[in-house]
Design a protein around this ligand. Structure first.
Ligand SMILES: [Zn+2]
Length: 383
């Protein structure tokens, strides 16, 4: 059973992010692992995070939806979890995949407010520092789980259907800067320490462009993990979030920053870039080069695409479905992309700005629970 739990945790791991550009909801891991009603199982189980991740994907009709997970430090020594589960959560924390804080306070609501994200929680609760939580118009939406049962309530932005809200003005200002923590081994706001150190490669650091939002506990930007005041380390690179959409289904989102162009193709060199191979038909696989197109975000805010393929690609201005309006892009040709332009690598294999596609286009997103212990699942289906 432990073996299967490990597989579920591996599947969950790829959905964890503290990147403000990619996270789609915020969760308190200590609440979720104790949400025994979800599967009627043990008092605490990390596998429940998978049920929540699945429910969110279903709610958004999108594949590979990432969540921002916050955990109080005490969870790392919670003996209701197995030692294996504690070890995995500790590794996630060390790798900066989840944010571990000394005390939860209302960090979850703070992240939600700064980033404009829904909170996935089962309790309505209140928050003194974040009174918006109880404002009328802030919807509490049921997140439907397997078999139509309600998994969680999502505290979401204004509007119907529930949408993520805008980032708060304060969130925008904080995320316009790179922050630096005085703690030498800070994963979230670290500089990587001494590059000549023999241990320099042994730790992973969040890249400056995807740093989580600082905490404002005490009124100044602080490290959520260490409590230390953060130093302003200069402007942060601008980003644009793009989506890969194949035959109408959004497969994943990715970030292009002014710091780094991104290559999209069948299997870009060196494991960098966005790999499409696993989602392609045989014909598409034959047509699409390993590295097919490269996206660059210029400092003037313009997004450009350059064809680097063998067979060429195309741009659909304004996302037009009319093939006569499709503009061919030959090898080495570049083009600046207007807001709703869609790049097409092969018929139906598209990349465009994420905000353009409101729905991920899939009714039953792939589950992270495929390897879940059957007992827990059966119980869940009955519920
Ligand atoms: Zn820190």
């Amino acid at each position: 059973m432990r073996f299967e739990v490990s597989k579920v945790l591996d599947a969950i791991e790829v959905r964890l992010t503290t990147d403000p550009a990619l996270a789609r909801a915020v969760v308190d891991l200590s609440e979720i692992v104790r949400y025994a009603d979800l599967d009627g199982g043990r008092p605490a189980s990390s596998v429940r995070l998978g049920l929540v991740v699945d429910a969110l994907g279903k709610r958004l009709s999108e594949e590979n939806v990432p969540v921002f997970v916050v955990a109080p430090r005490g969870l790392l020594s919670d003996t209701d979890l197995t030692s294996n589960e504690r070890m995995v959560i500790r590794r996630w924390a060390d790798d900066g995949k989840v944010e571990v804080v000394p005390q939860l306070d209302d960090r979850v609501f703070e992240v939600a407010e700064l980033l404009g994200l829904p909170v996935l929680t089962r309790t309505r609760g209140t928050s003194e520092r974040h009174p918006w939580v109880d404002e009328p118009g802030r919807l509490l939406a049921a997140v439907a789980g397997e078999g139509g049962s309600t998994v969680l309530m999502a505290r979401v932005g204004r509007g119907e259907p529930p949408q993520a809200a805008e980032r708060s003005p304060l969130g925008e200002r904080l995320l316009a800067r790179v922050w630096s923590c005085p703690e030498p081994n800070c994963t979230s706001f670290g500089s990587g320490g001494d590059p000549d150190s023999p241990f320099a490669d042994m730790r992973t650091y969040t890249s400056p462009v995807s740093q989580p939002p600082p905490s404002l506990r005490g009124g100044v930007p602080s490290c959520p993990r260490h409590g230390a005041q953060l130093r302003d380390a200069g402007p942060r690179a601008a980003v644009e979030v793009l989506s890969v959409r194949i035959d109408g289904v959004v497969r994943r989102r990715f970030v292009v920053s002014t710091d780094e162009p991104v290559v999209v193709g069948r299997a870009p060199e060196g494991g960098r870039g966005v790999m499409l191979g696993q989602w392609l038909t045989d014909d598409a696989r034959k047509w699409i080069s390993r590295g097919h197109v490269q996206f660059t975000l210029r400092t003037d805010g313009n997004l450009t695409v350059q064809d680097i393929s063998t067979n060429g690609s195309g741009v659909r201005p304004g996302g037009t479905v009319n093939d006569d309006e499709r503009v061919a892009l030959h090898r080495q040709e570049s083009r600046t992309l207007a807001a709703e332009d869609v790049v097409e690598l092969y018929a139906g294999v598209q990349v465009g700005r994420s905000k353009m596609w409101a729905t991920g286009g899939v009714v039953q997103p792939e589950s992270v629970m495929a390897e879940a212990p059957t007992m827990a699942l059966r119980k869940f289906e009955r519920g």
